[in-house]
Write a protein that binds this ligand. Structure first.
Ligand code: 13P
Ligand code: SF4
Length: 345
């Protein structure tokens, strides 16, 4: 790895005519969702981050919930949890900066232990990952010894290490059915478990974890949006409560929802999921009108351009996973990757 040039301070960087010229094409990717007046604040960070990525042989992976200036400004790969895991396994960069939450960075580290995996803010957690521990999984196994454990990637390495196979929202049904058994323990999202149970004959034993963002949506709210636009197409993430999913026209992962809009170009759409998702999809679909419910994930929003810059300058915060735990967790993640992406896409 080549040594990086001298660190910049975290105080705001200067917007020079050279930076304006060299970043003008980047702004075009987010025109319409990032106000032009904000560009002089973002552009110097984007410019410097791009330089440091080259110096560090680093790649930036961004989840669909990142804000547009990160998503379109500095990421080399954008996607849902499954896409980020696949890309983390595939990249030959020496450094991965994960713009998402901690379990996503941990999954990248599990798949690429030899790489430096950075999370720009260690506080970027997840209410689902915090809802369960490895001890909880061991107790469940004692209770249901015949049932394999299917674990959502929104969990710690400790929990993955106790699991038979992982899944994401885009392949949960396919993963459950790939096991060829009558019942499974499905962790930790109660609502995703309930949704999977509606899509398969396999009996699902659930855990009581919830996403603090998606559990807040209500069916009344969705009906209110429909009243405002009768031709509205409602897309919902399967972490939403069942009554909310019952109001939706399509249920799928974040990338599944983006693909739906890209392919079908509905006149009016509401994405019942985290706030930045609509901005990011709107940037690429100017002909679609977005009704934007705005529930923010406070963890995703810990990641900012200044923190990404600092992360690359100081190689902060490297994610470490105990090698023995990582080995066990890796087999559950790799088993999922072998199943691939399901119809929830
Ligand atoms: P996706 O796998 O659909 O991107 O979901 C990740 C997530 O954290 C949803 O809240
Ligand atoms: Fe976790 Fe929910 Fe945030 Fe996704 S949106 S990272 S599931 S808290």
């Amino acid at each position: 790895m080549s040594s990086p040039s001298a660190p910049h301070s975290l105080e705001s960087l200067e917007y020079t005519p050279e930076i304006a010229r060299e970043t003008a094409h980047i702004f075009e990717r987010m025109r319409g969702v990032v106000p032009e007046v904000e560009w002089p604040v973002h552009a110097p960070y984007i410019h410097r981050i791009e330089e440091l990525k080259r110096e560090r042989n680093a790649v930036v992976l961004a989840h669909n919930y990142q804000t547009p200036e990160i998503f379109y400004g500095v990421s080399d790969f954008r996607g849902d949890s499954l896409g980020l895991a696949q890309e983390g396994a595939r990249t030959d960069a020496e450094v991965i900066v994960l713009c998402g939450v901690h379990f996503m960075a941990e999954t990248a580290k599990i798949l690429s232990p030899e790489k430096t995996v950075l999370i720009p803010d260690l506080r970027a957690g997840c209410s689902l990952a915090e809802s369960i521990t490895g001890d909880d999984v061991r107790r469940l196994r004692e209770q249901y010894p015949d049932a394999p454990v299917v674990t959502y990637v929104n969990t710690s390495a400790d929990v993955k290490a106790e699991s038979d196979i992982c899944c994401t929202s885009s392949n949960a049904v396919q993963v459950v059915e790939s096991l060829g058994v009558d019942r499974v323990i499905f962790l930790p999202d109660e609502y995703l478990a309930k949704y999977v149970a509606t899509q398969t004959e396999v009996e699902i034993i659930e855990w009581q974890g919830r996403c603090e963002v998606h559990e807040r949506f209500t069916p009344e709210e969705v009906r209110g949006y429909r009243d405002a636009a009768p031709d509205l197409v409602v897309l919902a993430h399967p972490e939403c409560p069942p009554e909310v999913l019952a109001e939706a026209d399509y249920v799928g992962s974040t990338s599944g929802m983006a693909q739906y809009v890209q392919e079908r170009q509905p006149a009016n759409v509401a994405m019942i999921t985290e706030c930045s998702m609509s901005d990011n999809v709107a940037a690429e679909n100017p002909g679609v009108n977005f009704i934007r419910p705005c529930n923010l994930c406070p963890h995703m929003k810990r990641i900012t351009l200044p923190r990404i810059l600092r992360s690359l300058e100081r190689l902060e915060h490297p994610v470490e996973v105990d090698p023995v735990m990582a080995e066990r967790a890796r087999s559950a993640v790799e088993r999922m990757l072998a199943v691939g992406r399901g119809s929830g896409g």
